[in-house]
Structure formats: structure tokens, C-alpha cells
Design a protein around this ligand. Structure first.
Ligand code: FAD
Length: 444
């Protein structure tokens, strides 16, 4: 069997490795245009100068050491009816099974004049190097548009690199897709304390300039003047890389290629995985955005198992994610209140719990605050948010597991936990249990 994988990101790599692990005799050929695949999540820390660009290269051996073939070329045409794809050197390649893992690219709003030399998005090596070059050659200001995780991390990096940094968000709080306003406030305060100018409820109205962005105008009338070397980075959303398949017969929505829970498309022997796909939430089984590496990897694994002849199902996105600003960690999973309401969950309750993260008899014992969102109809957890000084992702993962397994708030209130002076509150309590008990009181 010959499998062609288009795309060398987390989905393509994981699928390739899965197929070769399960069926070593399968010929797998992976196409990707980049010289190296990047560990995207680590890109902001290159601007902070914590490590050089080369340190965030993924090893090609992840593909080649397992006997798969890596071809550094784009696929420029597809003919799915005769099961072949054309690479940029003009040659056609036959496949028995195809995996599309072409990812998604960040967007720049249409009102921004085209070709401005200091306007960037932040995904590829050339974007990172473009930003780095400017930081090193005298940039004084950075304007980061979009206060999601990437925007927050990039703005911190520019701030640490010594640039006057503006972080601009159209919603009334940071991380609007992940966190609710009252949970975000602690981090917003921290962001402001670092010296970043945080502009909330204040979308960019206009970008003026001929060769470069000279002036950014915000809704409230604020104008940010820039010179040639200054940087504007848009981190406001993604568009799936699917133009190649426009006339291929594949079913494609605005957010990507439609796949079933086996990662099969509507065309036989054609699979898709990762950011290029449209998929649904594991909570209500309706479409939801989930363009995260932590979704792309399991989708790639499921696709790989099924391409190799297995029978694996993906149950949906839960979208657990987190970020950090100077020691304050924040994250969420499932639906926040805005998302829950938007998806028709009108009857839900929320519960809060807060403890220190060490026995409170220590100096500076830190804190952790939990918010739970519980569907009043069936008492199941549908969302959770965590902010604090320690072990945030671990708590988010535990709460994702609870959502995934349809755990009720009654069960969560009985969570059996561990305690140790340096790593938890007193054995007397736990923030998740306190939050669950609080939610139970609201349910009555
Ligand atoms: C700065 C940054 C920080 C991030 N931080 C996090 C994080 O902390 N946690 C998290 O979970 N996620 C994070 N993400 C998101 C995560 O990186 C993506 O969700 C993930 O990379 C998606 O994987 P993918 O394999 O679907 O697509 P991609 O990684 O986008 O890979 C797509 C691949 O397909 C190739 N390709 C496209 N078109 C063609 C073609 N025609 N022919 C051949 N190859 C093609 C591309 O060149 C690329 O190699 C971050 C992203 C960025 C940019």
C-alpha cells in the first residue's frame, strides 16, 4: 500500500508515525514545502532570546528514521478521482490512500493595505525571522492584534525584548474564546504591570501607510504611530489551507474539510486531520473551532490507525489550552459562559473554588482559582477555567477528562485528591472540590 501525506505538521507527522508503527511495510511519502517543521508553540520564546530559531526545528528523523520518505515540495494539484497528486516539480504521484494535513494559516483583515513591509502574521519561519530581524535592527514598538494565547505570548516577548508593546483586543477581556471576563482580570492586571499597553473592547479600525504601517487607529480614537522598523502582528484567527481542493469534490466548510469520526472525508480513501479540518465539539457534537496542536495530534493518530486498517474513532474537540504571564498561569477547557450561551446552554450554573497552592503556613503560598460551568439539565460539567501560580495544565487536563467522560458535578465533588505541604492546600480541601460544592449549591 502507498500512502501520501500532504503536510509535515503535528497531524501529518503523527499519522505517518502511526501508520509505520502499525504497518511497517506500508510505503508512506510525506510532502511539505518547509526546510524544517517548527515547534510553533515555542516561537515566541525565540523573540525573547531564550533559544535560537534552530532549537525549535523538529527533527526530520521523526519521519525518515521510521522508513517514511520526506519530499520537500508542495503539492500543487490533485486529481482525487484518479488517486494522484502533483508536486511542484511537475511530477504526478499515485496513492492508494491520501491524508490531507495541510494546516491553517493566520489571517490579516481585508481592510489592511496589502504589501506593508512591517505587518506580519506569526506562524512560519520567515515570519519569525522577519520579526526577529526588526527587533535586532532597531524596532521601538510592537502592535499585537488579538489577545488569544499567541497574541499574549508574542506581546510579552516583544515587551521583554525592550519594545513599547501594545496588545489590542476587540472583546472586553483577553482570551475571550477560552476564559470568562472575571477569571481573566488577574492576568490582565499582570499584563499591564509588565508595561504592555492593553487595549480592550477596542478593535483596530484602520491601518494607514503606503510602504509600511505608519499609523494604527483604534475604535476609541487612539492612534499608534509607527516607524519603518516597528512591527505589527496580527493574531486574530486562522483560515484552513484548502484552496488546493476547491474543485476536488471534497466537502469543505469555512473552517475546513469535513471529516467523520474516523477522519474520513466524503471521498473514498481520502482522509484529513488537524487544522485543515472542520470538526465538532465532544460536548454537544456541533461544529466548533479547535485549531490546536493538541487536537491535530490525536486526529493524526486516529487517521493513521484507520489508514493502517484499524478502527479508531475521535470523539471531538474539548479545546483545553493555557498560557502564562510572569508566573501567573491561566487556562480553560470545554465551553466558557459566552460559548455555552451561544450554543444554547441557557440553564447552567457556575461554581468557584480557591485555595493556596501550598500549605498556607508557608510564606508566599501562591493560589489557584477554579471556575466550573455545569449544565443544569443533567448536572454534567461542560466547562472549566483555572488561574493560579502552579500546576494549571494538570488541573485543566483532569477537568477535560471529567468533561470527556460526562462526569456530573456530584461525582466531581467526591474527587479523591492528594495533599503535600509544598504541592497543595491542606488535606482539608481542594479547589476543584470547593468549586463543585459551590456549583451544587446553585443547582439546589
Ligand atoms: C505561534 C504559535 C503558537 C502555538 N501554540 C500552541 C500551543 O501552545 N498549544 C497548542 O495546542 N497549539 C498551539 N499552536 C497551534 C498548533 O501549532 C497548530 O494547531 C498545529 O500546528 C496544527 O497542526 P497541523 O499538522 O494540522 O498543521 P500545521 O502545523 O499547520 O502543518 C501543516 C503542514 O502542511 C504543509 N502544507 C500546506 N499546504 C501544503 C501543500 N499544498 N503541499 C504540501 N504541504 C503543504 C505546511 O507547509 C505544513 O508543513 C500554536 C501555533 C502557533 C503558530
Amino acid at each position: 500500500m502507498r500512502v501520501i501525506v500532504i503536510g509535515g505538521g503535528p497531524a501529518g507527522i503523527r499519522a505517518t508515525r502511526t501508520i509505520k508503527a502499525l504497518k511497517p511495510d506500508t510505503e508512506v511519502v510525506l510532502f511539505r514545502p518547509e526546510y524544517k517543521s517548527l515547534i510553533y508553540c515555542a516561537m515566541p520564546y525565540v523573540i525573547e532570546d531564550i533559544f535560537p530559531v534552530e532549537k525549535i526545528y523538529k527533527k526530520d528523523e521523526l519521519i525518515t528514521d521510521i522508513g517514511a520518505q520526506l519530499i520537500r515540495q508542495s503539492i500543487v494539484e490533485v486529481d482525487l478521482s484518479s488517486k494522484r497528486v502533483k508536486s511542484e516539480d511537475g511530477s504526478w504521484h499515485k496513492y492508494d490512500k491520501l491524508l490531507i494535513a495541510t494546516g491553517a494559516d493566520p489571517i490579516i483583515p481585508p481592510f489592511v493595505p496589502k504589501g506593508l513591509t512591517n505587518v506580519f502574521v506569526f506562524k512560519r519561519e520567515e515570519h519569525l525571522r522577519g520579526v526577529l530581524d526588526r527587533v535586532k535592527s532597531g524596532a521601538q514598538k510592537a502592535v499585537v492584534v488579538g489577545a488569544g494565547s499567541i497574541g499574549i505570548e508574542v506581546s510579552q516577548a516583544s515587551n521583554k525584548a525592550g519594545l513599547e508593546t501594545h496588545l489590542i483586543e476587540m472583546a472586553d477581556h483577553i482570551l475571550p474564546n477560552l476564559i470568562d471576563k472575571e477569571m481573566a482580570e488577574i492576568l490582565e492586571e499582570k499584563i499591564r504591570k509588565t508595561g504592555i499597553h492593553l487595549h480592550l473592547s477596542n478593535p483596530v479600525q484602520e491601518v494607514r501607510g503606503a510602504d509600511y504601517a505608519e499609523r494604527i487607529l483604534l475604535k476609541d480614537g487612539t492612534e499608534i504611530e509607527l516607524n519603518k522598523n516597528d512591527i505589527v502582528i496580527f493574531s486574530i484567527g486562522l483560515k484552513p489551507n484548502v484552496e488546493l481542493f476547491d474543485k476536488s469534490g471534497l466537502e469543505i466548510r469555512k473552517d475546513g474539510i469535513v471529516v467523520d469520526n474516523h477522519m474520513r472525508t466524503n471521498i473514498e480513501d481520502v482522509y484529513a486531520a488537524g487544522d485543515c479540518c472542520s470538526f465538532y465539539s465532544g460536548i454537544d457534537h456541533k461544529p466548533i473551532l479547535g485549531k490546536l496542536a493538541t487536537n491535530a495530534v490525536p486526529m493524526g493518530k486516529i487517521a493513521g490507525i484507520n489508514i493502517a486498517g484499524g478502527d479508531a474513532e475521535y470523539d471531538g474537540f474539548y479545546n483545553g489550552a493555557a498560557t502564562i504571564v510572569q508566573g501567573i498561569r491561566i487556562g480553560g477547557t470545554g465551553f466558557n459562559e459566552t460559548v455555552a450561551k451561544g450554543r444554547g446552554f441557557s440553564r447552567y450554573v457556575v461554581g468557584y473554588g480557591e485555595t493556596t497552592t501550598m500549605f498556607p503556613i508557608f510564606p508566599d503560598p501562591g493560589f489557584v482559582k477554579i471556575k466550573l460551568i455545569v449544565n443544569q439539565e443533567d448536572h454534567r460539567l461542560i466547562g472549566a477555567q483555572v488561574v493560579g501560580t502552579m500546576c494549571i495544565t494538570e488541573r485543566i487536563d483532569l477537568l477535560t477528562f471529567a468533561i470527556q467522560n460526562k462526569i456530573t458535578v456530584e461525582k466531581l465533588a467526591k474527587l479523591s485528591y492528594s495533599a503535600q505541604p509544598y504541592q497543595s492546600f491542606f488535606p482539608a480541601n481542594n479547589a476543584i472540590v470547593i468549586a463543585a460544592e459551590d456549583a451544587l449549591k446553585q443547582i439546589g
